[in-house]
Design a protein around this ligand. Structure first.
Ligand code: CTP
Length: 365
C-alpha cells in the first residue's frame, strides 16, 4: 500500500499500516537500504492506483516522480491500472483527457469513472467505480482475459418490471438486477460498448455503461426495441411481468369495507419473442439470449422456451436453494440452439456472465 502525502490527510498512516499489516509511507527517504522507490515497482505483479486523482494522472503521464507512488509507477513493468476519481470538470478538462490518452497509449489501463454523487453536493461523471468493479477489472487483467468484445455493442436488460395498480401499489417480482449488472460489468471489462436497461434496480451504474432506467414491461420493451437495432447481442436478463392490470387507478384505492374489486390482468408484450420474430423476418440481427427461472421440469420447459422465443441461448436457472434472486451466486444450464447444453456450477454471477459472453462471442460474425 503506497499512499500519497495527500492521501494521508484523509486517512492516517497508522490506519493503513494496521489494515494492511505492512509499513506504510509516502516518502522515498525511509528504509532507504531496501531501495523501496525501485523495488516496490520492480516486484509488483499489478499496480492499482485507486483513487487516481487528476494530479496523479498528470504526474504519471509526465513521468514526474516526487514521492514513493510516482517512483513506483516509473519502475513498474507489470500492468498498471488507474481508477480515476475527481470532479466532472477535472475529468473533462483537456489536460486530463490528454494525460489519460498518453497513459493509455503507453499501455496503462485507465478505467472510466462512474456517474454519481461526488464530493460535496455535486454529482456527475467522475465518481470512483465501486470497489467490486475495480477488483473484477484487476482479476481479469491478472488472468490475462482478452478484450474479445472490443468494438461490439451489447444490450443487457436487468432487474424486474413493476406494473402499477394505483399510484402507490404495483405488481412486481423479486429480481434484484445483480445478474444483469454482472453481465454489463463483464461485457465492459471485455471491451464492449454496453447499453444497460435497468428496471427498478437499486445498484450503482456500472462505470462506462449507458444506463436507461425503466419501470414497466412496456417501457422496457420500448427501450429494448430502440437500442436493439444497433446491438450485436441482446441479453434479456430482466424479469418481465407477463401480465399487467387492465387499468391503473389514478387515485389510491381505498378499502371501503365491502369486498375489494378484482384486479383484471391483460397480457404484456413478450419482448424476447418479438426480438426473435423480428430477426427471423429480417434474416439478420443480434445474437439473442434469454433467461428463464423455472421451478419444475427445468430442462424440458427451458428447451420449449428456447424454441418458442427463437433465441440463440437460454440461461435456465432452477429457482430455490438460495440461488438466483438477490444472491451474489448463481448456477444454471445454458441451452444452446442447435448445440449441447452448457452446465455452469454454482459460483459468482460474474462467472456465469463470462460463460454467457464466451458463448455469445463465438456466435458473433
Ligand atoms: N421476457 C420478455 N417479455 C416478457 C416476458 C419475458 O422478454 N413479457 C423474457 C425475459 O426477459 C427472459 C425470458 O423472456 O429472458 C423468459 O421469461 P419467462 O418469464 O420465463 O418466460 P415466459 O414466456 O413468461 O414463460 P412461462 O411464463 O411460461 O414460464
Amino acid at each position: 500500500m503506497v499512499p500519497t502525502r495527500e492521501a494521508l490527510r484523509f486517512v492516517g498512516e497508522p490506519t493503513w499500516a494496521a489494515l494492511s499489516g505492512n509499513p506504510v509511507t509516502a516518502e522515498v527517504w525511509e528504509s532507504v537500504h531496501e531501495v523501496p522507490h525501485v523495488r516496490i515497482g520492480q516486484r509488483a505483479d499489478l499496480v492499482v492506483v485507486a483513487p487516481a486523482t487528476a494530479d496523479v494522472l498528470a504526474k504519471a503521464a509526465h513521468g514526474i516522480a516526487g514521492d514513493l507512488l510516482t517512483n513506483t509507477l516509473l519502475t513498474a513493468r507489470c500492468p498498471v491500472v488507474f481508477a480515476p476519481a475527481m470532479h466532472t470538470e477535472m475529468w473533462e478538462h483537456p489536460a486530463t483527457r490528454a494525460n489519460v490518452a498518453t497513459l493509455r497509449e503507453r499501455g496503462a489501463l485507465v478505467i472510466d469513472p462512474a456517474v454519481g454523487r461526488l464530493t460535496g453536493a455535486d454529482s456527475g461523471r467522475g465518481r470512483l467505480p465501486d470497489p467490486p468493479e475495480i477488483f473484477e477489472f484487476c482479476r481479469r487483467v491478472l488472468a490475462g482475459r482478452p478484450s474479445d468484445l472490443a468494438g461490439r455493442h451489447v444490450l443487457v436488460s436487468a432487474g424486474g418490471t413493476r406494473e402499477a395498480i394505483d399510484p402507490v401499489r404495483f405488481i412486481g417480482n423479486r429480481s434484484s438486477g445483480l445478474q444483469g449488472y454482472a453481465l454489463a460489468r463483464t461485457a465492459l471489462a471485455r471491451g464492449a460498448q454496453v447499453t444497460l436497461i435497468a428496471a427498478n434496480v437499486a445498484l450503482p451504474d456500472p462505470a462506462g455503461a449507458k444506463v436507461v432506467r425503466v419501470e414497466s414491461a412496456r417501457q422496457l420493451r420500448e427501450a429494448v426495441v430502440e437500442a436493439a437495432g444497433q446491438a450485436d447481442a441482446v441479453v434479456m436478463a430482466a424479469a418481465v411481468a407477463d401480465f399487467r392490470p387492465a387499468s391503473r387507478s389514478d387515485s389510491k384505492i381505498k378499502k371501503s369495507g365491502a369486498e375489494p374489486d378484482p384486479i383484471h390482468l391483460v397480457q404484456n408484450p413478450d419482448i424476447l419473442a418479438e426480438l426473435g420474430e423480428r430477426r427471423r423476418e429480417e434474416g439478420a440481427g443480434p445474437v439473442i439470449v434469454g433467461f428463464a427461472a423455472e421451478t419444475d421440469d427445468v430442462l424440458e420447459n427451458g428447451r420449449a422456451k428456447l424454441e418458442r422465443k427463437g433465441c440463440d441461448l437460454l440461461v435456465v436457472n432452477q429457482v430455490g436453494d438460495g440461488l438466483a434472486f438477490g444472491t451474489p451466486d448463481n448456477a444454471a444450464v445454458v441451452l444452446v440452439a442447435g448445440g449441447d447444453p452448457v452446465e455452469i456450477a454454482r459460483g459468482p454471477k460474474e462467472d456465469l456472465a463470462d460463460v454467457v459472453w464466451d458463448l455469445v462471442a463465438a456466435r458473433l460474425p
